[in-house]
Design a binder for this molecule. Structure first.
Ligand SMILES: C[S@@+](CC[C@H](N)C(=O)[O-])C[C@H]1O[C@@H](n2cnc3c(N)ncnc32)[C@H](O)[C@@H]1O
Length: 468
């Protein structure tokens, strides 16, 4: 038995004996392996994204063959920008194939680029050619339409971003084109007038900081810098940094020779299918077929926290600038997000219950305060039940499901997400193995939460088993 396998047996025993979640630091659990320090290398830092999973969580569970054999496939049904997928294919001891499902086309695009090796010599040449085309370009450009565009982006910056995008469109190789689009996407927030410290876009205004002169000065300086920002310079630096990152991935022999790979297969975690990933994160669904029952060895996933992160709102500039969605697509796409606040009126005319006591108790309590919020919460847990049932269906017998969630508050009421989702999972058929809790430290864009949404302070890591 390997060290992590033995450690997991001890943890399970401790959990059974105490009945209490085990407080651990996954970072420290991995610290004895010098290779684990690479959590910020490879392509992890290519692009910011809200609430990325702490890489040490997948690193830990992937370091044993007692949860998944080396030939098993690792699956993430809320793949985001692909942290779990990347860790599966670069793991130094067990490199496993990975499959991901993700509703946001931007996150799908980033996850694909972060896990696709490229011919670096050709990429460097392509980057030089692209830079030359952008410099000499003098034709008309199309600036995408979206609400308040002129408020967020000065005219000069709009034209330069549109020029870069237009020249990227001329790149023929779809993998290179996707790579450059991710580089473009990664600079869009930097050249906008949005506050870089807050995840959903908020306009930077020095007058908002009149009670904090130091911060006010910082904001004034930042605004001056942004006013003179040269998107082309930002883009070139992003390309150069990201080529180095993709090179690290492209040096992994098993990835280049296609012994292991990561594939984004579908968009919606509530019904798991195989489609065909196209360029720009789009999915061809014409020949879609269901993911086979019992075909997956291990699931590691971190679904959205209820009411906490607005993925669409936070990434809307990038989605519009890359042409991944148009203004008319926003409402429909938002409705497909687990954790959406856009519920239909019929969904909250009555409190819609699940038949799971902990969830129903919460929904009824919230209903007395705010019927619409109760509809949002009910929808979240019903969607999660569907996603968890699908995970159960596709997992092999005795396969493990590692679920990473956070608790928060809604309408002033504490929401024990981890407990409710554990109850839902056991109702679906899973057996609870062990629960860990790890304190969240700084994690990219995990910043301000909704006023009544409360702060998510801990990662709850729930390990479930599909009984054999
Ligand atoms: C906590 S984030 C995952 C972050 C990811 N682990 C990473 O490190 O980048 C949750 C993700 O679930 C996605 N999501 C929301 N609703 C979904 C759905 N119906 N199907 C699949 N993914 C969904 C969101 O777009 C978001 O990217």
């Amino acid at each position: 038995m390997d060290a992590v396998g033995s450690r997991l047996i001890e943890f399970r025993k401790e959990f059974r004996d105490s009945g209490e979640p085990l407080r651990v630091s996954f970072r420290s659990l991995c610290s004895e392996w010098t290779w684990a320090k690479r959590s910020e290398v490879y392509t992890h830092l290519m692009h910011k994204y809200p609430a990325k999973i702490l890489p040490y969580i997948p690193i830990f569970f992937l370091s044993t063959d007692s949860y998944a054999s080396p030939t098993d496939c690792v699956f993430d049904s809320f793949a985001g920008t692909g942290t779990v997928l990347l860790e599966s294919i670069v793991h130094p001891h067990f490199k496993r194939n990975a499959l991901g499902v993700e509703i946001s086309p931007l996150a799908r695009l980033i996850a694909k680029v972060k896990t696709t090796p490229l011919d670096i010599t050709r990429l460097r040449k392509e980057a030089r050619d692209l830079a030359a085309r952008i410099k000499s370009f003098s034709g008309d450009v199309e600036v995408p339409e979206f609400p308040n565009r002129d408020l967020w982006f000065p005219q000069r910056i709009q034209l330069e971003l549109a020029k870069i995008r237009r020249c990227i469109e001329e790149v023929e190789n779809p993998d290179f084109k996707d790579f450059f689009l991710v580089c473009l996407s990664s600079i869009i927030r930097d050249v906008s007038l949005a506050d870089p410290k807050i995840a959903p876009p908020v306009v930077l205004k020095p007058e908002n900081f009149s009670n904090n002169p130091d911060r006010q000065k910082q904001v004034e300086a930042l605004l001056r810098k942004k006013k003179w920002a040269r998107p082309f310079g930002y883009f070139r630096r992003s390309v150069s940094r990201n080529i180095k990152r993709v090179k690290l991935l492209s040096d992994v022999e098993e990835i280049v020779s296609k012994k292991v790979s990561s594939t984004i297969i579908w968009d919606d975690a509530r019904q798991l299918k195989y489609g065909q990933l196209l360029a720009k994160g789009m999915i061809d669904k014409s020949d879609a077929k269901e993911v086979d029952n019992g075909s997956i060895g291990l699931v590691i996933t971190s679904p959205p926290y209820i009411n906490a992160q607005k993925y669409l709102r936070t990434t809307k500039f990038e989605l519009f600038w890359l042409g991944l969605i148009g203004q008319d697509d926003v409402v429909d796409l938002d409705r497909q997000f687990v954790g959406t606040e856009r519920v239909f009126q019929e969904e909250y005319q009555n409190a819609t219950l699940l038949g799971v006591e902990s969830a129903d108790c919460l929904i009824e309590q919230i209903y007395t305060k705010d019927a619409e919020k109760a509809g949002v919460v009910s929808r979240y847990f019903r969607d999660m039940r569907q996603a968890v049932s699908e995970i159960y269906r596709v997992l092999k017998k005795t396969g493990r499901f590692v679920l990473v969630v956070g608790d928060n508050t809604i309408c002033g009421l504490p929401v024990e997400n981890h407990k409710i989702l554990t109850d839902i999972a056991t109702e679906v058929g899973f057996r609870l193995d062990v629960i860990f809790v790890d304190e969240i430290r700084s994690r990219g864009m995990i910043t301000k939460r909704h006023e009544t949404g409360g702060m998510v302070l801990d990662d709850w890591v729930i390990v479930l088993e599909k009984e054999g």
